[in-house]
Design a protein around this ligand. Structure first.
Ligand code: SAM
Length: 362
């Protein structure tokens, strides 16, 4: 477990505050319409990054700098159009150009490599995908009605639409893997799981979070719980991370029940998928299954009480459109936990935007 790469949470927060002061200064020193235009045109910048990810420009540059002709040949693009896109991206700090004219990776460009452990290529491809853009074109309707728009647009729940469209489904899964990879090390560095002998990962997908927890906690055993067709894909990942012999894989629905008898129940990016009444069903099923004094640990983006720049504000919009669900504040999680028979004990921040919300069965 490589926790050494995670900077202290305090340092990360100090940098964030410094950045927000600089942002405020920038907003005050430039004409408001110029600042607004920059934000509006962020959609174009994002689409340019999506195209670079779709073309796998970063993978093509992985072995070293290339002249435009060779780069265009390798990614299957028009050399003049690609050179103009590269100029625009370099202006945003993504990729660099050498004095001899060859294009090269820099730190931001390298984050688009598909083989990078912290890759965001999947996220870039998902956010700019025509189907996903179409979903976001429904934001106006979602804000007017307060209702989920994806099921209306697609004639089926969003997760079913992904199954019916495997190409989009694969891009979505890659994007989720990107988010998970970026979150698991900060989460396991921020919290000591060693007091728990048996840990159930509820809605754990293929078990990436559970694998990280067990790698950091050699004394613990885990149960991976998700829908049967999802956990089918878990054994490879668990084996790759060297924890397969300590994990029991269980398929089922958390709306029916949750595996019993654990000291800790973790659920990462699960509760935010559901409106309150369904979130409560999941938490009550966890409560019914939990040992006396067990903890429930949710890994989620906790919305700050006072508005500030925060990724969770935007995944909140995504949740609204997708399922009518929401990201929540600490107070909203406290209330949900109370109704489900838990008491929120603390929110543990990490160096990433995700936090661990710890509660105990009462
Ligand atoms: C946003 S994903 C999070 C996955 C994983 N915890 C992570 O962070 O990568 C939500 C998970 O909930 C699972 N899920 C959805 N409905 C479920 C149900 N009724 N019972 C169990 N798991 C379910 C999905 O299959 C998916 O793996």
């Amino acid at each position: 477990m490589t926790t050494s790469k995670v900077p202290p949470v305090g340092l990360a927060r100090a940098v964030e505050r410094f950045r927000s002061v600089l942002d405020r200064l920038h907003r005050r020193s430039a004409p408001p319409s110029a600042v607004m235009l920059e934000k509006i045109l962020g959609a174009w910048v994002a689409q340019g990054i999506t195209v670079a990810a779709d073309l796998k420009v970063a993978d093509a540059l992985a072995d070293g700098p290339l002249p435009i002709g060779e780069l265009a040949r390798r990614v299957g693009a028009d050399p003049d159009a690609l050179a103009r896109l590269m100029r625009a991206l370099i202006g945003e700090g993504v990729f660099t150009q050498r004095r001899d004219g060859r294009y090269a990776l820099n730190a931001l460009g390298a984050a688009l490599r598909t083989d990078s452990p912290m890759s965001v290529a999947g996220m870039a491809r998902m956010v700019g995908h025509p189907a996903h853009r179409e979903h976001w074109s429904q934001l106006l309707e979602a804000i007017r009605t307060g209702e989920a728009t994806v099921p209306k647009l697609r004639g089926m729940p969003g997760f079913e639409y992904l199954v019916a469209n495997p190409e989009l489904g694969e891009i979505f899964n890659d994007a989720m893997t990107n988010l998970s990879e970026a979150a698991v090390v900060p989460l396991t560095a921020a919290y000591d799981f060693s007091p728990y002998a048996r840990i159930v990962d509820v809605g754990g997908g293929h078990g990436r979070f559970l694998a990280a927890i067990l790698a950091a906690t050699p004394s613990a055993r885990g149960v991976l719980y998700d829908l049967p067709q999802v956990v089918e894909g878990a054994p490879d990942l668990l084996a790759r991370h060297g924890v397969a012999d300590r994990v029991e894989i269980v398929g089922g629905s958390f709306f029916d029940s949750v595996p019993a008898g654990a000291d800790a129940y973790v659920a990462k990016n699960v509760i935010h998928d559901w409106p309150d009444h369904q979130a409560l069903t999941i938490l009550r099923n966890i409560r019914a299954a939990a040992n006396a004094g067990a903890v429930a640990l949710l890994a989620e983006f906790v919305i700050p009480e006072r508005p500030r720049q925060f990724i969770g504000n935007w995944t909140d919009m995504e949740m609204l459109m997708a399922t009518g669900a929401r990201e929540r504040t600490e107070a909203e999680y406290r209330e949900l936990f109370e109704q489900a028979g838990f008491r929120l004990s603390r929110v543990v921040p990490t160096v990433a935007p995700i936090s661990l919300i710890e509660s105990r069965a009462v």
